[in-house]
Design a protein around this ligand. Structure first.
Ligand SMILES: [Zn+2]
Length: 268
């Protein structure tokens, strides 16, 4: 049993597309190695507000991070800040807004793209600022951080599914095929992470609509997947989990003192 945690946020992945297109992950469910919970994302269904929600457990209307262009550091404790304060090692391969929320804002590519500073909340970071930055590269960035620094908490956050949804819409071969590709990339890494005993959560910030956007209350914008893998999870399908609970679950898995909300019944 390991206390190390990997959180994968597949940006912009709708729940039903995850169910239909992520064949490898669904294969893990069929072999009782993973459990999928439906999550209804908080509002507005936008990226930066929901990165903050996932990583602090605070709803956008309460965090003040209510749209994508609020460019300041978070005012709440996050899984990164709590882990760092309690002596754990943190890392992220993620979109630069994550660096802005938890390390420093605004992001300067020359200074912040490659981050290596034990005093920061995200101590080891590989950040990117292109929505088309290839998912293959991003997963390799994450795996590099894992192997090189052996972090207790690692965030891996690729953007291509969201990018493709903005270009082609939810009901498009391009959006679905980008999701399938992410599943294939995950199938290269997950067996190693599972064998190493990591607790793994794979989710999304928000879904996608047929207008090639998201932000509102449509089911397709709000319904996102949460796959969990690892022996610390109960794998009880009856457990209920809100997006605001994910930060608390991460803290529990990491053995951190925290006052975040956390889902009942999802952990053993
Ligand atoms: Zn988007």
């Amino acid at each position: 049993m390991s206390n190390k945690v990997i959180l994968v946020v597949l940006d912009g992945l709708n729940h039903s597309v995850a169910r239909q297109c992520l064949g490898y992950l669904n294969g893990l469910i069929e072999s009782q190695q993973a459990t999928l919970y439906p999550i209804t994302c908080e509002l507005p269904s936008l990226s930066r507000p929901l990165y903050e929600c996932l990583l602090t457990g605070v709803r956008p209307v309460e965090s003040g991070i209510v749209h994508n262009y609020i460019n300041r550091c978070s005012e709440h404790e996050s899984v990164f800040s709590l882990a760092r304060q309690q002596g754990r090692k943190t890392a992220a391969a993620a979109y630069h807004w994550v660096s802005e929320l938890y390390n420093r804002s605004p992001y300067h590519p020359v200074e912040d793209r490659f981050t290596d500073d034990p005093a920061l909340n995200i101590q080891h970071g590989l950040f990117y600022h292109w929505d088309h930055y290839p998912d293959e590269a991003l997963f390799l960035d994450g795996e590099h951080l894992r192997r090189r620094y052996d972090p207790d908490f690692l965030l891996i956050h690729p953007m291509n599914i969201d990018d493709s949804g903005h270009q082609y819409g939810l009901d498009s071969p391009q959006y679905r095929n980008t999701a399938r590709k992410a599943d294939m990339i995950l199938s290269d890494f997950l067996p190693q992470w599972i064998a190493a005993g990591y607790q793994i959560l794979i989710t999304s910030d928000h879904g996608m609509n047929n207008d090639g956007s998201h932000g509102g209350t449509l089911a397709e914008e709000r319904e996102v997947p949460l796959f969990v893998i690892g022996d610390r999870f109960s794998h009880q399908q009856s457990a209920l989990i809100a997006q605001t609970d994910i930060c608390g679950v991460l803290c529990e898995l990491l053995g951190l003192l925290h006052d975040k909300p956390s889902a009942e019944g999802i952990l053993r």
